[in-house]
Design a protein around this ligand. Structure first.
Ligand code: NZQ
Ligand code: ZN
Length: 389
């Protein structure tokens, strides 16, 4: 196990009826809250009214219209409102996109040195010294953004989708009330299962690192998602099941399971390009790329593939090679069983130059060696993307 330092300051407030208590967690002295949300799902499912009711003692200004895969351009409009209204606290009410938008917004508001896009583009996320505090009300279990300091923002003008993050981007609190899952379309539920599942694989499916506890945390999340994923799809109104689902998604990316172990994240980096280019849902890009990345990087990942196959899928027959292969196929079947398609051509016909476009972008950004060993070269990226068409 490698050395590590674990710090996570987000207060996680879990359970039924916690929406009604959101005001308890707003920092003392707050006057003007900017409530940021998406395209209106919270108005249809009652979350908006409940949260607004709970915050009746505060001056709350709405900012709606954050898109899935939040746009820099829209967040900059929110920044103008925040400055004009003297906002001293931000409340994100939504899924990963709304939360990620607020992470950028909170550091962009006080940033005056240059265009706030530089925070992302020039990697200043860890250097910024000021941020407006924010909390979240999660409405879509998937990304883990509610308890981490990362964010992914898209710039419409250049079709770039880039991640950034820093210590000031942890939410002060996040409210996880499982009742919110009831209104989610099935598409978003299966996206959530797939995203969380792949988050675990990015931090687990690397090489053995003498970290048996992290391995078992990871396998526990995978096994729980396999068990309850279909139950959530069948019964999104069952708060017992959906609460466990929420907790899996948070635990998959709140920093715990990555401590002391190597991590990959190349599936995400390639996947983000597919969303930027074709607007394919984030989770679906992972189901497209992940299995092909495991095929191309098979030798690197074989030992962990065997362990994952044995412990999560009960694959015990055959040689190590055969077990590792069967594990990849079983993972693809899992995605298919939830209705997730795993080829780029299932989503777009406009894919003739996709591998070249992605490798050129990576070359420009000097992303020349990705993955846990830094050996996913541009040639390997090209091979993975071509296999995925
Ligand atoms: O906009 P509204 O009307 O709210 O509708 C949303 C949106 O259309 C809807 N929705 C959310 N909660 C709902 C609901 N509909 C009905 N009932 C509810 N309770 O769902 C749609 C998708 O929402 P979105 O927030 O885009 O989905 P998700 O949570 O999957 O977030 C995806 C974004 O997060 C980034 C992705 O790249 C993508 O931009 N990620 C962020 C990460 C992080 N910060 O740690 C890690 C992830 O790997 C990921 O990259
Ligand atoms: Zn993800």
């Amino acid at each position: 196990m490698k050395n590590f330092e674990l710090w996570n300051p987000t207060r996680l407030v879990f359970g039924e009826n916690q929406l009604e208590n959101v005001a308890k967690h707003i920092p003392a002295g707050t006057k003007n809250i900017l409530m940021v949300f998406g395209g209106g799902s919270i108005k249809k499912n009652g979350v908006y009214d409940t949260v607004k009711g709970a915050l009746k003692e505060y001056n709350v200004i709405d900012f709606s219209g954050i898109e899935p895969n939040p746009r820099y351009e829209t967040i900059m409009k929110a920044r103008e409102v925040a400055l004009a209204e003297n906002i001293d606290f931000i409340l994100a009410v939504g899924g990963g996109s709304v939360i990620d938008a607020c992470k950028f917004l909170c550091v962009a508001i006080p940033f005056t040195e240059s265009d706030p896009w530089d925070i992302i583009k020039k990697g200043l996320g860890k250097k910024v010294t000021e941020a407006v505090p924010f909390g979240t009300v999660l409405t879509l279990p998937a990304t883990g953004s509610e308890m981490n300091s990362g964010s992914v923002v898209t710039r419409e003008g250049t079709k770039e989708k880039l991640a950034f993050g820093g210590p000031l981007c942890f939410p002060k609190f996040s409210v996880l009330d499982p009742r919110v899952v009831a209104s989610l379309p099935q598409r978003q539920i299966v996206n959530g299962v797939t995203d969380a599942f792949t988050h675990v694989l990015e931090q687990y499916l690397t090489y053995p690192a003498q970290a048996p506890l992290q391995d078992r945390f990871a396998e526990g999340i995978l096994q729980t998602l396999v068990e309850i994923g279909p139950q959530v799809i069948a019964n999104p109104g069952d708060s017992t099941v959906t609460g466990n689902f929420m907790w899996c998604c948070t635990m998959a990316l709140n920093g715990l399971i990555q401590q002391g172990v190597p991590t990959d994240w190349a599936t995400h980096m390639i996947g983000h390009e597919l969303t930027a280019l074709f607007e394919i849902d984030h989770a679906r890009t992972l189901a497209i790329i992940g299995p092909n990345l495991y095929r191309v990087m098979f030798n690197n990942k074989k030992d962990k593939l065997v362990q994952y196959g044995e412990r999560v899928w009960g694959i015990t027959e055959g040689s190590e090679e055969e077990k590792a292969q069967a594990t990849i196929e079983r993972t693809v079947e899992f995605f298919h069983s939830m209705g997730i398609k795993t080829k780029i051509s299932d989503y777009t016909d406009n894919h003739s130059d996709v591998a070249k476009t992605i490798t050129s972008r990576f070359e420009e950004r000097k992303w020349l060696g990705l993955g846990e060993r830094g050996d996913i070269t541009l040639e390997k990226v090209q091979e993975i993307v071509e296999m995925s068409i």
